[in-house]
Design a protein around this ligand. Sequence first.
Ligand code: PBG
Ligand code: ZN
Length: 330
Amino acid sequence: MATEVRIESNQRLRRMRMTSAFRSMVRETELSPNDFIYPLFAVPGKKVRREISSMPGVYQQSIDELVKDCIETYSLGIPAVILFGIPEHKDDVGSGAYDENGIIQQTVRALKKEVPELVVITDVCLCEYTSHGHCGIVHGDEIVNDASVELLTKEALTHAQAGADMIAPSDMFDGRIGAIRTVLDENNFKNIPIMSYAAKYASGYYGPFREAAESTPKFGDRRSHQMDPANSDEALREVEQDIIEGADIVMVKPALAYMDIIRRVKETFNMPTAAYNVSGEYSMIKAAARNGWIDEERVMLETLTGIKRAGADLILTYFAKDAAKVLARK
Ligand code: PBG
Ligand code: ZN
């Protein structure tokens, strides 16, 4: 008994914090550029590089500019990008999404030619391509499920045919992972993995992205398909469903208000788990830093470390290049 008490009193947790060498020896979570997936926005045209006003440092880019950006991204040790497209024309069925010469299909072909080693992931959804800004087809006031899923399978197939290395459905309709998996398999794309936006919440943090992707819904909202922020058990059911349907990587989105979900998903399923450090999370740090209220570099690294510590193996983040540059200096 007495010995136990003494062992306890001999413990001084500050000892291993006293020098930078000690701190780094016992550090549990280490960020690497290898953890990051960099999101990019493709637009029609040439020599276009338009900054998103609510996301300093993030641009809508034409293919020529986006290719240059990807060469830099890859040279920083970032293995993968995820692409979003803004089409020339929008219509009520989002046909630009599954046009074999659509903006994403062209961008993928250019990237696989110019930066073949870079992993090209494509976001699959209709909201950037529909005139009403919804993720699927709208009948009356309902965003319909099954007919929309059918269009998403066409979109995913054209991405794979263009050379995409991985498909990332972001819609949250029921059954879409299984439907896309089946269509890919039937067309000899058995080895193209799917990263599913498995637990994606109806979040106010997507605001700046909708400026970047020009995908704000013209009426209504996304609450009939994206998850209620109050729910956690339901996230596990969503993730389980996507795994059963064939998802290879499961994603939680957003990241910061959902760290508990990241942890539960990782511990429950032991799957490769991604977290999306979304646009609003990026913009808040940028805005506060511009006001001189926080140290941008420090808060960026602390945020990304926290997301990884919560259980994310991969982080989709607009900070990917900035963070990779800082990590290279350390
Ligand atoms: C499209 C999509 C969205 C994001 C990724 N894919 C927006 C939305 O659901 O409205 C958000 C990404 C971000 O905010 O950075 N379905
Ligand atoms: Zn969408």
